[in-house]
Design a protein around this ligand. Structure first.
Ligand code: MN
Length: 242
């Protein structure tokens, strides 16, 4: 059976004379480790062909802040660096994936993009806009967990992880405020902050606020296993085999 190809978004860094597309290797390694092939999709131009002619699944990765204009807000004083080109590119990928029935996994900023692409909004800075929130920008290495996450029973996430409570890392200062219409919040931190969202139904369309690619525990691995299993079913070889 052919390995599923996963399109992975990346960041674009223009800084003091350099101009680079950047992606943490752990994203690629997580896909490769569970039997997929990663293809990096830079935010440059628009595809003039179906997304499924390029990949069998889409993974949206971490990065900077979201342009608040996407949810009709002005910049908050604590807003960090934004990349409106990347935002626009990723929204177009998300919409294509949804209409072409391709599995999507959003990680950290990627989950936030899923929400905004479908009409949700954000805390631009959790600490100042939700004063009772936990510390979600952890001050410890990304490979270490820092807060608990409660998984809703009956969701796809619960079906994947099969645990009501997990510990995750947390490397975000922005967070989902109102989920987009259609999304279920499938996990929350103790302070109520949304830590995972998903679309009900057959299509794997799920985002997590933590970074499973930096964790080597079963709950993190299972996310990639299940995402790739769904992508494999969409791959041409999988269809031929009925
Ligand atoms: Mn968190």
């Amino acid at each position: 059976m052919m390995k599923p190809v996963i399109g992975i978004t990346c960041r674009h860094l223009i800084d003091s004379g350099s101009d680079q597309y950047l992606l943490a290797a752990q994203y690629v390694q997580a896909i490769e480790r569970e039997g997929g092939i990663a293809v990096i999709l830079p935010a440059a131009g628009e595809f003039d062909r179906p997304l499924r002619s390029i990949c069998d699944g889409l993974m949206l990765t971490g990065g900077g802040d979201l342009d608040p204009g996407l949810f009709s807000e002005e910049p908050h004083p604590k807003l960090g660096w934004v990349d409106p080109e990347r935002d626009k590119f990723e929204i177009s990928l998300i919409q294509r994936a949804k209409s072409e029935d391709l599995p999507v996994l959003g990680i950290c900023r990627g989950m936030q993009m899923l929400n905004v692409a479908l009409g949700g909004n954000m805390y631009q800075d959790l600490e100042s806009q939700a004063p009772h929130a936990l510390r979600h920008m952890q001050r410890r290495p990304p490979e270490r967990v820092s807060h608990r996450v409660w998984v809703e029973e009956g969701t796809r996430l619960f079906h994947i992880i099969r645990r009501r409570r997990i510990w995750t890392n947390s490397l975000h200062h922005q967070a989902i405020k109102d989920p987009a219409p259609g999304f279920t919040v499938s996990a929350r931190a103790d302070d109520g902050v949304a830590e995972a969202i998903e679309l009900p139904g057959d299509l794997f369309f799920l985002g997590v606020q933590w970074h499973p690619e930096r964790l080597f525990r079963q709950s993190a691995r299972l996310l990639f296993v299940e995402f790739l299993r769904n992508a494999r079913e969409k791959a041409p070889a999988g269809q031929n085999m009925g």
